[in-house]
Design a protein around this ligand. Structure first.
Ligand SMILES: [Zn+2]
Ligand SMILES: [Zn+2]
Length: 132
């Protein structure tokens, strides 16, 4: 048996001990008379990072957090459909956005996501050399 040299793995060593997990958070928007519930998906390394992410977002967006948990503990309902990422990154203008659903590239072979149709159009002209 070979021992890992000079490496002590303890519960304190969080960087190595906690893997990145997909989490799901459920928010309630209670600002209007009709309560809106929605879900967002994000990656976090352990509970505390997830908590931080969720709370920061909720504060920024003025939302109530209903719950958040690891996606694998959420049952089958959530694996059946795609959930919007908590914070999306526009491939074209590099803007972080989270107030709307991302616009996916029209090109089937491209995984790019955009904050708006304008960004997608520009990206398509630039990268895929075509008009839509
Ligand atoms: Zn953009
Ligand atoms: Zn594209």
């Amino acid at each position: 048996m070979e021992k890992k040299k000079g490496k002590i793995v303890s519960s304190v060593d969080e960087d190595n001990a906690i893997p990145y997990e997909k989490w799901i958070v459920s928010f309630a928007d209670t600002r209007k008379s009709k309560i809106r519930i929605y879900f967002r998906e994000f990656f976090a390394q352990g509970f505390y990072e997830a908590y931080d992410t969720v709370m920061t977002y909720a504060e920024k967006q003025n939302l109530d957090v209903r719950w958040f948990k690891e996606k694998r503990n959420c049952g089958n309902i959530f694996s059946q459909f795609e959930i919007t990422k908590l914070e999306s990154f526009c491939t074209y203008c590099n803007r972080k956005f989270n107030d709307q659903d991302p616009v996916p590239c029209h090109n089937d072979d491209c995984n790019s996501m955009f904050c708006s149709r304008n960004c997608m159009n520009d990206h398509i002209m630039l990268l895929h050399n075509s008009n839509i």
